[in-house]
Design a protein around this ligand. Sequence first.
Ligand code: UT7
Length: 396
Amino acid sequence: MTERRVHVTGWGRYVPSQVLSNADLERMVDTSDEWIVSRTGIRERRVAAADETTASMAAVAALRAIRTAGIDPDEIDLILLATLTPDYWMPSTAALVKEAIGNTRAAAMDVAAACSGFVYAYASAQAWIAAGLAKHVLVIGAELLSRFLDYTDRGTCILFGDGAGAVVLSASDEPGGSLAVELTTEPQGAYMIWLPAGGAKSPPSSETIARGEHYIRMEGRETYRFATKTMATTALESVRKSGLDPSEVALFIPHQANVRIIEAVAKGLQLPMDRMYTNVDRYGNTSAASVPIALAEAVNEGRVQVGDNVTLVAFGAGFTSGAVTVNWTADPARGRDVDALVDRRDVRVRLPVDWDSVDPIPPALAELMARPGSLDVPLDDVVPGEPEPASHAPAR
Ligand code: UT7
C-alpha cells in the first residue's frame, strides 16, 4: 500500500485594518517606542473592530486558504481551530466557522494549547489524515487578544495583537509534504502565562473583575527563559526526526513573540537570521495565529519554493512547545491573489437570537477605535439575531 502523505495545499491569513502603534501605546501606559522596539522588535499590532470576533477573522482566513487550495468549502472533512480567545466557552468557535465558510459536512472543534495551538492542531490534522480519517482538514489559528488585555499593564499590553491564519492539509500519494512532529508540555510553567478567572477554579464574579483577573497575566522573564531554551531544541528535534540537518531547512517559521527570542533560536541552531521568517514588527504576538499568518506571508512573498524544507515552531502557555517540518510541494503563486477574492464583509457568523451584549471594545481602546478612518462599526448597529450589520464603513 502506498503511504498516505499529508500536504499543505492551501494557506491564507486575515488581519484587522486598525493599527495600534507604539506611539498609541505611549499615550496609554508608561512606555516608549524605543523600549518596545529594542526589547521586542514590535512596531505595531492590529486590533479587531467591534463587529469582528475570533470566529469572523478565522472564517476569512479559512476561506482564503480554501480558495488557495482550489477546493470547495464542503470538501473539508475536519475543522481544527486553535485559540485561547474563543468567542464563547461554548459552542466551539470552530462550529461557528464551519457555518460561516459554507461547510455542511465537517466535524469541528477547538484546540487549546495557547501560542503553540496551531502547531498542535496541525499535528493532530496530520494524524487524522495519515490514519485515513479525513482527506482535507482545515487548520486555523485565530486570536482576538485585545479583548483580554489589561491596557494599564505595560508588561503585557504592548506585546499582543489580533489576527487569523489558516492552512488546508490534504491527503496525497505524492512524495513530500509533512515530515516529523515534536510536541512538548511542561506544566511547571502553568502559571507563568495565564488568565486567572472565568474558569471552574475561579468563576467570574464582581470580585474577580475588580481584581482584573479576567486579563492575561505573564511573568515575562521566566517565559522568555523558557522560550529561548525550548524553541531551538523543539525545532531541532522535529528536523532530526525528519532525517535532516538544520542547514537543510530553507526557512524556519517561528512563533512571533519577540525578535530577540527568534534571534536566540537562530543562534541555537547555528543559522543566520535570514533563515528565520519574521513579521513580529507589524503584528506583535498573535498567539495561535502567529505561525499560520507568518507561513502565509512567507509563501506569498516567495520565501518558500517547491522542494524547500520548512519548519514551523512555536512555544506558549502551559508551557507548551511544538514543531513540524514540511517538505513544501504547493505552487507558491496560488495564494497571492486570494486576499482580494475573499472580503471580510462577505463573511457572516451566526449571531445569538434574543441576546444583547455590551460593547466589546476595552474602554482604553475606545478612543483610538473612534478616530477618523476607523473601520469600527458601533455595536448598536448590530441587531442580535440578524447576521448582517446595518452599515459598513468603506475599506481603506
Ligand atoms: O507567546 C508567549 C508570550 N510571551 C512572551 O513571549 C514573553 C516573553 N518575554 C519577553 O518577551 C520579555 O521578557 C518582555 C518583552 C516581556 C520584557 O523584556 P525584558 O527585557 O525581559 O524586561 P524585564 O521584564 O526584565 O523588565 C525590565 C524593565 C523593568 O524595569 P526595572 O524593574 O528594571 O526598573 C520593567 O518594569 O523594563 C520595565 N518594563 C517596561 N518599560 C517600558 C516592562 N515593560 C515595559 C514597557 N515599557 N512596556
